[in-house]
Design a protein around this ligand. Sequence first.
Ligand code: PEP
Ligand code: MG
Length: 760
Amino acid sequence: MAQDASTWAGSWAGSRALLRRLRDLMAGSGAAEQRLHKIVTLIAANLVAEVCSVYVRRAGDVLELFATEGLSQDAVHRTRLQLGEGLVGDIAAHARPLALADAQSHPQFALRTETGEEIYSSFMGVPIVRDGRVLGVLAVQNRTPRTYADEELETLETIAMLLAEIVTSGELVAPGELHADANLLATPSRLEGVRASPGLTMGTALLHQPKIMITNVLADDPEIEQSRIDEALSQVQSALDTALERPDLAGAGEHRDILEMFRMFAQDRGWIKRINEAIQTGLTAEAAVQMVQDDTRARLSQASDRYLRERLLDFEDLTNQMLTRLVGSNQAPAPIGENAILVARGLGPSELLSYRAGLLSGIILEEGSATAHIAIVARALDLAMVVQVPGILDRVSHGDDVLIDADEGHVFLRPADDILESFNAAMMVRDDRQRAYAAIKNLPAISQDGTEVRLMINAGLPVDAARLSEVGAQGIGLYRTEISFLAKAEFPNIAAQAEIYSQVFDSTDDDQPIVFRTLDIGGDKLFPSIADAGEENPAMGWRSLRISLDRPAVLRQQLRALILAAAGRNLHVMFPMLTDVGEFSAARSLLERELERAKHLGTPRPKTIKVGAMLEIPALAWSLSSLLPKIDFLSIGSNDLAQFFFAADRNNPRIDGRYDALSPTFLSLLASLREQAEDQAVPINICGEIAGRTLEAMALVGIGYRSLSMSAGSVGPIKSMIRSTDIAKLSSFTEELLLLPISSLRTRLRAYAKDHNIDL
Ligand code: PEP
Ligand code: MG
């Protein structure tokens, strides 16, 4: 008899009993499909659901109904959905569960009349996942609209973990359908990804994570599993403690910070609690760790916010370490040759740091993000890195020849001779270029017709400041304070913040401005203590200065730390994400209060203070007449400004490149901002990514910008571009271009550069 939902929820013993019965059914006799049918019937009864169905992924990314209790039996093998189609397709495409009281009003709902499902209101489905690959979907439905309890969802996820066994057994569909095409592993291929750390390199593929196979999913005794988890966790924690004591990390600021942060993840209560609960439902320690990771991956990989997605890599790293301790690696460790190119799905910074220095020459990640900590570490180690290369793990084998062009985001596997030849030539050209940039490092960025452009760098960690002199830039135009926060185990107090800012001051000359931008965090991405999770649209939500103004204590602490660190020096403070002048005034008055406080207490104050505004929200562009008289400088955050101007999420790969910052509309806006600032004699600068791209920077210089801030690696190429440009000529050309009724000026600007020998 079916149990009542309220007694089911939270009943771990019930969950374990159900899993045992399911396991017996799976191991029983009869054809796999018959057993599957018994399984769905049992699940439906236990979860008090009228429907329980299993969809299996087939070749061609189709999800086919294989067994159902409650839907029409005629629909079995007839109902087929494409990945992404309907609720089932959506679950599979995003590898994330869905629980809906009113499924039919969900925008993804796609009615299949042959199933007879129009009478069911509520729906709960979970992906069937193994080794990160979605193999199918398990779903239950109810007639009455009901809200499924979290425990029910967890139980369904646990069952799905078990069902993965029967799907991978080869009894339902041929194993070949579940795996990538073997041909993909033999032929040369070229893959595209996203640049994360520049460089061109060639080497041999080294698969980071020989797959850890979980063979034991169900446990007999949760207590034993619990102690296995505790043991593994304490081993991981003590390994981190030992790593932190490594003498070579003693002075290595950001590496150390990152490991510290890891220690925090290893102590994350939410994460540990979910693993413990999964054990209570009847899973083995390793299956519980894997299930929580699959779930975390599904939730975080959907986040439009990059910091959240980066946290995913940290958890992947931790999961791998836990699994290695729980079940060991099932494959012999791969021998590492010289020039290894590390290939992984995701990689955490501590994993990268565990490779012996000098052995790696590049990194390719199937997932990952260009702004993750691993990218910071890769850049610090001078390793070329490309991320978001879909399908790389299906195509690469250990020991394959690999070429990485991280400047363009290209990856070549098993390259043919002609590719190899042109790659060698490209490497030689790149080396020559680097030598040429080094040669002009100490020369100013002066154009052919004698106009100087100020080049500054964007930084986020104290060590970045050292790159100022290395690349020959004139200051830090944007110091993203939240990056240092990110690498800390805890929200840093005033003294800890002041220490970070002092280090930045100490590593630069007095005459080099450092523009400290106040915290630019979004939603709860970094600090759950400050904000809540789960905003629909975090880019336009409670972020950045909005948080700072609503939680003034946080901003005041930061300002106090900046004042302390800047004692006797020149302090530049900049407020991000301003929507109107009132927000600037409110933020500025907090700064004034902190300065008053310092005066009152007699603490040393900065020698000079300049306060700037970041223009990232179009509304502010219409407030300049009242804003400009209040500020000492204006900086254009073109990354956010373009996102809001074009209504195009800067993190959404689907619309990446759809609109061009080199459009007459966007450039006209930038030109008008520059004119208004200059009319009021307010210095203006651009610190978004476009300032560091040669063609875009050429256009910016053409429309009158004389101060650009960019990542350190861009300074050489931009300086070289400016030194080869006649700015007066370029300006009259761009002036005419802005009148053209076209969506991109890219081709024309490139042609101009070519005709005028501008070094791009
Ligand atoms: C910008 O939006 O252009 C900017 C520089 O800030 P961030 O990229 O940190 O949002
Ligand atoms: Mg911004």
